[in-house]
Write a protein that binds this ligand. Structure first.
Ligand SMILES: Cc1cc2nc3c(=O)[nH]c(=O)nc-3n(C[C@H](O)[C@H](O)[C@H](O)COP(=O)(O)O)c2cc1C
Length: 192
């Protein structure tokens, strides 16, 4: 069985270290997972006035989330929380009321920063949001990655122990996706 995972990078930067981490995670994942990116950069700011006539770009975003078997969110921490662009995307996906695209989607959340706590506070804030949206989340292992430039070559981490950890992380994520979908398959899409 193969699962399609949509990955979301919380940074819009062209030199994002979180995009590089996402590249490494995709490369280190088991063969049972295949990946496609769900872009967030083109979404306008969410405005509930548009709920009756969702913009095409937001419809596409919701469709991408709904078509995925699971989600991988790789994000920086901005001012001890999630970047505005990521929260904006989540707000679009959660609406119009009653069509929450994230419900029941097995999801892994992690990130990297140059700081020693490696996006821990962002992750705590995001888990609160994702819990409200009825998103089953991989809770163990947790991944707080401090980015050390000399341990990376392009989109691959060269530090052996970090690479082994990320490989283990993705194997655990694959098992989690399988477990969640075995017990609660599919998107129901009837939640606020
Ligand atoms: C607006 C802003 C706020 C930031 N706040 C934090 C923070 O709260 N914690 C942290 O560890 N790093 C923080 N940083 C530093 C980021 O971790 C660093 O810029 C990182 O490279 C961003 O990820 P990216 O390269 O994927 O965009 C902040 C950076 C910016 C631009």
């Amino acid at each position: 069985m193969t699962y399609r995972i949509g990955y979301i990078v919380g940074s819009l930067s062209s030199v994002s270290i979180n995009r590089r981490l996402a590249g490494a995670l995709v490369a280190l994942a088991p063969d049972t997972l295949e990946f496609f990116e769900i872009g967030i950069a083109d979404l306008p700011l969410y405005n509930r006035d548009l709920d009756g006539d969702y913009p095409e770009v937001a419809r596409r975003f919701k469709g991408d989330v709904e078509s995925a078997d699971g989600l991988l969110i790789v994000s920086p921490e901005y001012n001890r929380s999630m970047p505005g662009a990521l929260k904006n995307a989540i707000d679009w996906g959660s609406r119009p009321w009653g069509t929450n695209s994230f419900a029941r989607k097995p999801t892994a959340l992690l990130g990297t920063s140059s700081g020693s706590i490696g996006t821990a506070v962002m992750q705590a804030a995001m888990r609160n949001v994702l819990s409200f949206l009825n998103v089953p989340q991989l809770s163990s292992p947790e991944a707080y990655i401090t980015f050390k430039p000399d341990e990376w070559d392009g989109d691959m981490v060269t530090n052996e122990s970090t690479r082994a950890f990320l490989t283990h992380y993705m194997a655990e994520f694959a098992a989690f996706v399988e477990r969640v979908l075995a017990h609660a398959p599919g998107h129901i899409g009837d939640e606020g």
